[in-house]
Design a protein around this ligand. Structure first.
Ligand SMILES: Cc1c2[nH]c(c1CCC(=O)O)Cc1[nH]c(c(CCC(=O)O)c1C)Cc1[nH]c(c(CCC(=O)O)c1C)Cc1[nH]c(c(C)c1CCC(=O)O)C2
Length: 343
């Protein structure tokens, strides 16, 4: 019997939507914190295949999600291209920056990324051996625009100002960064699929700050190129795209890019998504992650509303964005029970 996630991605409307959760392996779980402490720090955990596989499996053991997502980070690719990367506790990622042609020329390309990323492929191989047979393994990468925002600013930014500034001041250099990331993302995801990833997802967390034509050029177009190239190499590979906060620009995203599923954040309602986006194919989402902190009857009601709104087409239940460290693990179980009709 085909796995439920793969059935939904193939366009099937299921009586109960399959479910997984963005950032399901993470700091809201005590067992994650213990394994992370054992690894030393976040990046050591990402590059340790046994421990990265262990944290990927933890939410599967605890909750029986229908999919597992590879434990890694979207910023490992810039590191593999030769940039410095480190995480400041309580603040987030820091990278060396790309501001000039000289900075760009230091980036590597092609096969060299695998020297750094080989442990990630090993994590995928271990997971395919260790996951229950009904669980789908999702590989992932950041979308070029989102990864570029970190490479240009050297850190996370609220409005992606430095990346927008480089785009305005030196479009040629900006586009070279996007093109290099597009090419390397294809190489990276190709190796994840060869190692055993059954689905791939691109996270374009900052897609919402691209306006007008920029959205087409730097969110849609890279997604179309990456999806097209991966599908020419692996014709049966399902792709999930997540152009977060795209708003109206979610409409037509399946068709424009070839993605099988479009993930919706919680800035749009499920009813709107069902009417405007789901006709294009499978949708994923879109419960606000704050309900994982607050719980209660509101969580149950909101979960059921979303399940109902998307019930006439292919749907994978998920949050609108990643679960946060202050979430209560019991609320995750309550959400799953609500999706599966047990409460
Ligand atoms: C923008 C982005 C990043 N990473 C990611 C994105 C895109 C999705 C999104 O918008 O959330 C994606 C990501 N990050 C992580 C995963 C693993 C799979 C999963 O469980 O979803 C995935 C898919 C682990 C992680 N990535 C990170 C953690 C927390 C690290 C820790 O244990 O201290 C985890 C579990 C760190 C990270 N990594 C990143 C930031 C900004 C931070 C710091 C913020 C924070 O601390 O939450 C970059």
């Amino acid at each position: 019997m085909t796995k439920t996630i793969l059935r939904a991605l193939a366009g099937e409307t299921l009586p109960t939507p399959p479910i997984w959760m963005m950032r399901q392996a993470g700091r809201y779980l005590p067992e994650y914190k213990a394994t992370r402490a054992q690894a030393g720090d976040f990046l050591s955990l990402c590059y340790n295949p046994e421990l990265a596989a262990e944290v990927t499996l933890q939410p599967i053991r605890r909750y029986g999600f229908d999919a597992a997502i590879l434990f890694a980070d979207i910023l490992l690719l810039p590191q593999a291209l030769g940039m410095d990367l480190w995480f400041v506790t309580g603040e987030g990622p820091r990278l060396s920056t790309i501001q000039s042609d000289a900075d760009f020329d230091k980036l590597g390309r092609g096969e060299m990324i695998h020297d750094t990323l080989n442990p990630i492929y090993e994590t995928v191989r271990l997971l395919r051996k260790q996951l229950p047979e009904e669980t789908t393994l999702i590989g992932f990468a950041g979308a070029p625009w989102t990864v570029a925002t970190y490479m240009i600013a050297g850190q996370g930014t609220k409005d992606q100002g430095p990346a927008h500034a480089l785009k305005a001041e030196n479009r040629e250099l900006f586009e070279k960064v996007i093109d290099r990331l597009t090419e390397s993302t294809i190489d990276y995801l190709t190796e994840q699929v060869k190692a055993g990833a059954e689905v791939v997802k691109f996270f374009d967390s900052w897609a919402g700050s691209l306006q007008g034509d920029d959205f087409d050029r730097y969110a849609k177009e890279p997604a179309r190129i990456i999806t097209g190239e991966l599908k020419s190499r692996f014709p049966d590979l399902p792709v999930i795209a997540f152009p977060r906060q795209a708003g109206d620009k979610y409409i037509g995203f399946h068709k424009a890019t070839g993605a099988d599923c479009v993930a919706l954040d919680d800035s749009v309602t499920a009813e709107w998504g069902a009417e405007h986006v789901q006709p294009g194919g499978c949708v994923q989402g879109n419960l606000a992650s704050s309900h994982m902190v607050t719980g209660g009857q509101t969580l149950v009601d909101e979960t059921k509303r979303i399940v109902k709104a998307f019930s006439k087409g292919p749907h994978i239940f998920n949050l609108g964005h990643g679960i946060t460290p202050d979430a209560d693990p019991e609320n995750v179980q309550l959400m799953i029970d609500a999706v599966r009709g047990k409460v």
